[in-house]
Design a protein around this ligand. Structure first.
Ligand code: ADP
Ligand code: MG
Length: 675
């Protein structure tokens, strides 16, 4: 179950409880079951507990032996049944007192209806025994390990497990929230007195988890600030106006705000470490350009790294005109470049003749040196590993770093997943953009989608057809190629159809994209390599085949490829006929707000899958859920920030145990904290 070490077991918690404190009067159990059975849409059975005296025992010796007994309490009698318990009848006698837990349901036989209780657990009580009910914890059990077995292992080892808990919250933080010790809370979680006390205990535990995550981030940030070492890049007065004057349009308010945030960070001696989130088309390129302009003014070089050559080339193309008025010299560095070109660019980076290097991973290989790198920009930062991002920054002592992403993630998640980054959000689209009209069509109407493509091509527009070769594997590509054949031969024999997929050599990919951007192809059949950044304003229709196979956020990215020009644009999502539920895809038809779509994606897919983080219940994941417990996270963060502000090196005696908390959660933090 992913529980490999004692510490994993110490952080394995119940996922819920059965309230077995008070047996339900039998009359009530029957009334409830009857009410349910006459109410359409209600479940047929529900779990109940009862305490009664056995009146009569029957046994049916079929293939599955069934023992039944009439059970009476002060309010009534119910038929309780045990299935598959051979020989059990001999252990049950009239007059016995028994506690039962089971599923109550109305059963019909021979024209009459009666409520029966199908027993799952029972316990015999002595004649004078007082029933002491409890809250029974339910653990994340599996086929081979029951909740009861997990409970018993935890109870038997409670003392040893408790000693593994960090219990590190500083006294003043505990006092502020009225929290007891972590050990008490841990005991209460596993054996609570009431649902309320279980909830309080859970809060106490989750708080300490969150405190650890927030503390690690605060510590990292404090170190970054203390170490400094970055060159302050000060924006001279009037630079923003000068920059805007070179643009064919006015900055949006969001762009202006974010540029100021970035320039403010860059003016400090602590290296900037900021994440810029912006929806597709929100104008991130321009914001990046503003940081490059400041860097060049202050006399340092910039590097921009993108995950693919297509994207890097496009950045270079789009940045060049924005930077030209400022005399900024731009060079590109790609893996596919010839040795001679590469050497020339490297020479210019090392000598300082080049102000901005735009490239791919080729920027971070050994031997690439910068004369004075002061700003590192990482586009689509989630597509790079921690080591790769660090490699770019290591090209200089402490460059200011800007991480960018066009895949918005909900603010709640960003606060925790990227706890050590400062966040800037471009939440406004430039004016004059026409929204992309989005439709969901069934597979059997695909021909209509293609007819619509044809109509738009006849008007001089271009179109994308996206096929789900998500993993770009051989078999997936085969289907893409088969679709290409169909399109070329049967559907669009008279149109120019080009193909783009991830397995093409970079040079060919570029050729295809350039051809499409020039208007020399009408339809681009592509895999998701067109997902990010690709910009062809004349393309106004996108058809996504098998759209149900993608996440909403990814579809939103794909859709961002159209609607980039002034023409009215369309996105048609094709879903299989047999798939009943297209509600998920309808979210895209309803909104173009990337943050809302991300929230919805998160709601539908769950946090674990969305963030790639583990869920509670063993294996070192967190019990707390960033979405569900966000307010608690923010409280823990405020306290953690406060502790680091007062004691940035954790030197005070009352903070010594916090080090243990940092160690204990190292793995979890590695999942959550990004850089
Ligand atoms: P992103 O990279 O965030 O998806 P881009 O930077 O590619 O977005 O910008 C999308 C389009 O919007 C580009 O064509 C760009 O020229 C244009 N644009 C950016 N900022 C503005 C603005 N303030 N006013 C008008 N158009 C803008
Ligand atoms: Mg962009």
């Amino acid at each position: 179950m992913g529980i490999a070490t004692p510490r994993d077991l110490a952080t394995t918690y119940p996922r819920g409880y059965r309230d077995w404190r008070e047996p339900t009067p039998i009359a009530d159990i029957k009334l409830r079951a009857q009410a349910r059975s006459s109410e359409p849409g209600e479940p047929e059975s529900s779990e109940e507990i009862a305490l009664g005296r056995v009146e009569r025992v029957n046994e049916f010796r079929g293939r599955v032996p069934v023992v039944s007994a009439d059970l009476r309490d002060a309010t009534g009698t119910i038929k309780a049944t045990w299935f598959g318990r051979k020989g059990f009848a001999g252990k049950l006698a009239p007059g016995d007192r028994v506690f039962v837990h089971g599923r109550a349901q109305v059963k019909f036989s021979r024209g009459s209806a009666a409520v029966e209780l199908n027993v799952l657990h029972h316990r015999m009580l002595r004649e004078d025994e007082v029933y002491r009910g409890e809250m029974v914890p339910v653990y994340p059990a599996g086929k081979e390990l029951s909740s009861r077995a997990i409970r018993s292992v935890i109870q038997r080892n409670a003392d040893a497990l408790e000693s593994l808990l960090p219990d590190a919250l500083p006294p003043e933080v505990r006092a502020r929230h009225g929290y007891g010790s972590q050990v008490e809370a841990w005991r209460e979680m596993h054996q609570p007195a009431s649902p309320e006390s279980a909830a309080a205990a859970r809060e106490r535990i989750v708080f300490e988890e969150f405190f650890g995550v927030a503390l690690a981030a605060a510590l990292k940030r404090a170190r970054r600030h203390a170490e400094g070492g970055a060159q302050p890049l000060l924006a001279p007065p009037g630079l923003l106006e000068e920059f805007e004057a070179q643009l064919p349009f006015r900055l949006t308010a969001a762009q202006r705000r974010v540029i100021e945030e970035l320039w403010h960070d860059m003016g400090g001696s602590a290296p900037m470490n900021r994440l810029l989130q912006g929806d597709v088309g929100s104008g991130k390129t321009l914001v990046a350009a503003a940081t490059i302009v400041l860097a060049a003014r202050a006399g340092v070089q910039s590097a921009l790294m993108a995950p693919t050559e297509i994207l890097a080339a496009q950045h270079a193309r789009k940045l060049a005109p924005l930077l030209l008025p400022f005399g900024i010299r731009v060079d590109a560095l790609f893996g596919s470049m010839g040795a001679r070109d590469r050497e020339r660019t490297r020479g210019r980076l090392a000598s300082g003749e080049c102000d901005l290097a735009v490239g791919t991973h080729a920027l971070i290989v050994d031997g690439v040196e910068f004369a004075r790198l002061g700003l590192a920009i990482i586009d689509e930062q989630h597509r790079f590993g921690v080591a790769q991002r660090a490699a770019l920054r290591s090209k200089s002592r402490a460059p200011h770093t800007l991480h960018m992403t066009a895949t918005p993630i909900p603010r709640t998640l960003a606060q925790t997943k990227y706890a050590d980054l400062d966040l800037s959000i471009l939440d406004e689209l430039p004016p004059g953009r026409t929204p992309v009209e989005t439709f969901v069509l069934r597979q059997s109407r695909k021909a209509e989608a293609y007819a619509f493509v044809r109509k738009n091509v006849a008007r001089g527009r271009q179109a994308y057809v996206v096929v789900p070769a998500i993993d770009e594997s051989e078999s997936a590509l085969t289907s893409a190629l088969a679709e290409l054949e169909v399109l070329r031969r049967d559907v669009f024999p008279d149109l120019r159809v080009a193909l783009l997929h991830g397995r093409l050599p970079p040079r060919e990919k570029d050729e295809v994209m350039t051809r499409f951007a020039r208007g020399d192809a009408d339809v681009l059949l592509a895999t998701t390599v067109v997902e990010v950044g690709v910009d062809v304003p004349n393309a106004s229709v996108m058809v996504v085949l098998d759209a149900h196979r993608y996440g909403l956020a990814q579809l939103h990215q794909l859709r961002g490829r159209v609607g980039r020009g002034s023409a009215r644009s369309y996105c048609i999502l094709i879903a299989p006929d047999e798939m009943g539920d297209v509600e998920r895809l309808q979210v895209l038809a309803a909104t173009e707000d990337g943050f809302r779509i991300a929230e919805e994606d998160l709601r539908l897919r769950g946090e674990g899958e969305f963030a790639g983080t583990q869920q509670a219940g063993g294996g070192g994941g967190l019990l707390g859920s960033v979405m569900g417990d966000f307010a608690l996270y923010m409280r823990a963060k405020a306290d953690a920030d406060g502790v680091i502000a007062r004691d940035p090196e954790l030197r005070l005696p009352e903070h010594q145990r916090l080090r243990a908390l940092l160690d204990a959660q190292a793995e979890t933090r590695a999942m959550l904290v990004s850089s």
